[in-house]
Write a protein that binds this ligand. Structure first.
Ligand code: SAJ
Length: 422
């Protein structure tokens, strides 16, 4: 049975999902409120960087399986994959989910399936989507099927993970879950586990919160490392040799649209009960300022005043071009607040995305009094310090991504976040 699918939201998740179904012979129509996103798909000019996406998009469009527009079209299945960000006060903004759901109501018919992919606070399907969907006049769960099927893919490896990861599918009724499973079996090789919608919502948010809390633990230890006179990276490596221990890693902060955001959903719902979760968010949010202060301390120790800092890496993590919630941008703000001048470079981020960007890495190296590595891009790991033409011989690695020995051998004074040996 080949169904037609309308995917609402053509971003980091919606577009790869749309392309994946289209590559498997399903007729897909993509919808985005942003006309530029729609045009870029029609023209096969990608607006996002993701391994393997361009080839798959070309195939989907050329074979006629993927079309796009700014408004929904009648289909058998509707997949909602729109942003679910937080407001400035850290409460959930579910307006995009509500609007996207409302936009498909005029098209749904008996037997159709509506799936939410966006990560949302538990009870969103029940409290935000269903009140819109009942306006169709269809009976929810028997005439109109509704499920939550949260994506669990990691940017940079989306296509591999879309196929191989297990999925948790939560239906508003058993039939809703079963129909969703059947649909995703078009390309998913991992196991698809069925549950109810609220459990699926909680599971997804729990997964990201687990990482946030674990990273906060590592960051707390990194801050203590200097007093303890240890290298926290080495300590974590040793601890993780234990078969039941998996301590995550410290860094200049936690970014991205997921791990830095989703725990707030639980803080909002849990209130006083969400203590560890709330504290972890605050700990991770304190890291950009900790990084800036440490940069300042290194400069002071070297007697350098009125310095220029090269912030290397603007993306929120290695090997992606995504700057959303990137701790690097907050580190830069904090450095500027301390009165330092900042120049920046990122091999994955196009020019003029950030006010401090230089034309090239070389331009940044020529001006800076200290090189601060904020993102573990492979281009940085592969740098040969002996051939670098830099004004400064001071380097601060916040991600443990450089080969300390090689940099010291090349004459650099080497500093590592979470290491007493500085
Ligand atoms: N980070 C650390 N220390 C670590 C690991 C990560 O500081 O030990 C930082 C990274 O530098 C980055 C941030 O955390 O700034 C988040 O990066 P990430 O790679 O942990 O996660 P995301 O946001 O790219 O993707 C996560 C994934 N969730 C889990 O691994 C549980 C992914 O599977 C989800 O699909 C995605 O969130 C999402 O969309 O929810």
């Amino acid at each position: 049975m080949t169904k037609s699918i309308c995917v609402v939201g053509l971003g980091y998740i919606g577009l790869p999902t749309a392309v994946m179904f289209a590559n498997h012979g399903v007729k897909v129509h993509g919808v985005d409120v942003n006309p530029a996103a729609v045009k870029s798909i029609q023209d096969k000019q990608l607006h996002i960087e993701e391994n393997g996406l361009q080839e798959r998009l070309n195939k989907a469009v050329d074979e006629g399986f993927l079309t796009a527009s700014t408004t929904p079209v009648a289909s058998d299945v509707y997949i909602v994959a729109v942003p679910s960000p937080i407001n400035p006060d850290n409460t959930a903004n579910l307006e995009y989910v509500r609007q996207a759901t409302a936009s498909i109501v005029p098209f749904v018919k008996k037997g159709d399936l509506v799936i939410l992919e966006s990560t949302v606070p538990p009870k969103t399907v029940e409290n935000v989507m269903l009140p819109e969907l009942v306006k169709s006049g269809l009976e929810i769960g028997t005439e109109l099927f509704v499920a939550h099927s949260p994506e669990r893919v990691i940017p940079g490896r989306i296509f591999e993970e879309l196929v191989n990861n297990d999925r948790i599918v939560g239906g508003i009724s058993q039939k809703s879950a079963e129909l969703t499973k059947e649909l995703y079996e078009t390309f998913v090789k991992g196991t698809i586990h069925l549950t109810d919608a609220t459990t699926a919502e909680l599971v997804k948010v729990m997964e990201n919160t687990y990482r946030d809390v674990n990273i906060a633990f590592a960051n707390e230890l990194a801050k203590m490392a200097e007093k303890l006179d240890v290298n926290i990276w080495e300590a974590i490596k040793f601890a993780n040799y234990h078969p039941r221990v998996n301590v995550h890693f410290p860094g200049p902060g936690v970014g991205g649209h997921c791990i830095a955001v989703d725990p707030w959903f639980l803080v909002e719902l849990g209130g006083e009960q969400a203590q560890i979760i709330h504290l972890s968010r605050n700990t991770n949010d304190s890291m950009p300022s900790f990084t800036a202060q440490k940069t300042q301390a290194i400069l002071n120790k070297n007697g350098i005043a009125g310095a220029t800092v090269a912030a290397l890496g603007l993306a929120f993590k290695g090997n992606v071009d995504d700057m959303r919630e990137s701790p690097s941008t907050i580190v830069i703000d904090e450095l500027e607040k301390l009165g330092l001048t900042v120049v920046s470079h990122d091999p994955h981020i196009k020019q003029n995305k950030h006010k401090t960007q230089t034309q090239s890495m070389q331009e940044a190296l020529e001006q800076a009094d200290i090189l601060v590595f904020l993102t573990d891009h492979k281009e940085f790991k592969e740098l040969d310090p002996s051939t670098l033409n830099a004004k400064s011989k001071i380097v601060f690695d916040t991600k443990n991504c450089l080969n300390r020995e090689a940099w010291e051998k090349a004459g650099f004074q080497f500093h590592l976040l979470g290491d007493a040996k500085n």
